[in-house]
Ligand binder design. Structure first.
Ligand code: ATP
Length: 371
């Protein structure tokens, strides 16, 4: 894996290159010196908290905003002077913006009719795309006669029929309920794979990005915090912001030592220091709740062991979160166990508030970050 999260051996010809792209609105810098490459045929997600600049970045690529600095290159050519409707890039809005008085077929055909393409070609392309989006049987319906998921597919079909090189989708699943969202995540991924064009999806939902994307750019206050594969982002966050944004994490603050982080009240917690972090400087050790185990088993080579007391047990269906108070530390540590079968080897009655436990983890699962 390279700096940009490029997956070795993947199809990785660059379609769009953003170079030092910035956009200001008055005193706010919505997008701040962002440089990244979008590859052919990849599912790319722009992720980050509200207001971090995701939509603005998408609108810059689409051409609805013009940058204050930097360039957008398509196949090496500057796109900046090219109008939105002349870019081989299509933006699908969150609201879908379907025409209510037109049938599904009419909505999908509209863009091609505006281009004055010959009627048989329009019919052929619309037919193909409706088939692919599994809308063939619904072609005569109006938008109000469709479910949320079906409307979403019409909007997608309408964008795809124009055969863009890159499809930009702003919170494409935002209007759907949770169950349908999960189903459509897989569907979107299937469609992207089948069509083989680049999808750039804006989402604030980290799980959605992890499920769908080949690569994710995480933004923080207009800046690129990290760009990586879902696994890279989850397993190897480079900053505390990234570690805290993706999934849940336990943080231990202290000072870097040769073999880990020295934490006041707890002693040395072991893990590998990243290159460039000098012993003695402020550092944070991060460890995922699912990497913690109960009990100190010398055969499992858990270098880190802490004594604690269970404060709360939260049942989540497939897993169990234990909040464990550790002496010498103000906030409880969270430990996640799969609820069945119970890998802790402890009887369920041992997992109750007040029980004394040892929690442990391997130094391999410690992630040490600057401050
Ligand atoms: P959300 O997830 O809430 O949609 P976002 O990450 O998409 O947020 P943007 O919509 O890109 O964020 O906004 C980035 C910043 O720029 C915000 O502070 C926002 O208030 C500001 N902003 C965006 N568009 C405009 C505008 N047209 N005029 C002024 N400020 C704007």
């Amino acid at each position: 894996m390279s700096e940009t999260g490029k997956v070795a051996g993947g199809n990785s010809a660059t379609v769009i290159r953003l170079q030092g792209l910035s956009k200001r609105f008055g005193a706010i810098t919505a997008v701040d010196a962002v440089s990244l490459d979008l590859y052919e045929n990849e599912f790319f997600a722009l992720l980050g908290p509200s207001g971090c600049g995701k939509t603005t970045l998408l609108r810059l690529i689409a051409g609805f905003e013009s940058p204050d600095a930097g360039q957008i290159l398509l196949d090496g050519e500057d796109l900046t002077p090219i109008k939105p409707n002349r870019r081989p890039v299509n933006l699908m809005f969150q609201s879908y913006a379907l025409f209510p008085h037109m049938s599904v077929e009419g909505n999908v055909a509209y863009g091609l009719e505006m281009e004055r393409l010959p009627k048989p070609e329009i019919a052929r392309r619309v037919g193909e795309v409706l088939e692919m989006a599994q809308l063939g049987e619904l072609r005569r319906r109006r938008p109000h006669q469709l479910s949320g998921g079906q409307r979403q597919r019409v909007a997608l079909a309408r964008a795809l029929v124009k055969r863009p090189r890159v499809l930009l989708l702003d919170e494409p699943l935002g209007a759907l309920d949770r169950k349908l969202r999960e189903q459509m995540q897989l569907e979107l991924k299937r469609l992207q794979h089948e069509i083989g064009i680049t999808f750039v999806v804006v989402t604030h939902d980290q799980e959605e990005a992890l499920v769908m994307a080949d690569r994710i750019a995480l933004l923080d206050g207009g800046r690129l915090a990290q760009i990586d594969s879902p696994r890279g982002l989850y397993e190897h966050p480079r900053t505390r912001f990234v570690a805290g944004f993706i999934g849940s994490m336990n943080f231990f603050e202290g000072h870097a030592a040769a073999q880990g982080v020295e934490v006041e009240g707890l002693g040395l917690l072991r893990g590998d220091l990243p290159a460039g972090l000098a012993p003695g400087s402020r550092a944070t050790l991060a460890v995922r709740p699912e990497r913690l185990a109960l009990g100190s088993d010398p055969r499992r080579q858990m270098e880190n062991n802490l004594n604690g007391e269970i404060r709360e047990v939260a049942y989540h269906g497939q897993d169990l979160n234990l909040h464990i108070a550790v002496s010498g530390r103000a906030t409880p540590v969270t430990l996640r166990l799969s609820s069945s079968p119970d890998p802790s080897g402890l009887a369920p009655e041992a997992l109750t508030p007040g029980a004394r436990v040892v929690l442990s983890w391997s130094a391999l699962h410690s992630r040490i970050l600057e401050a």
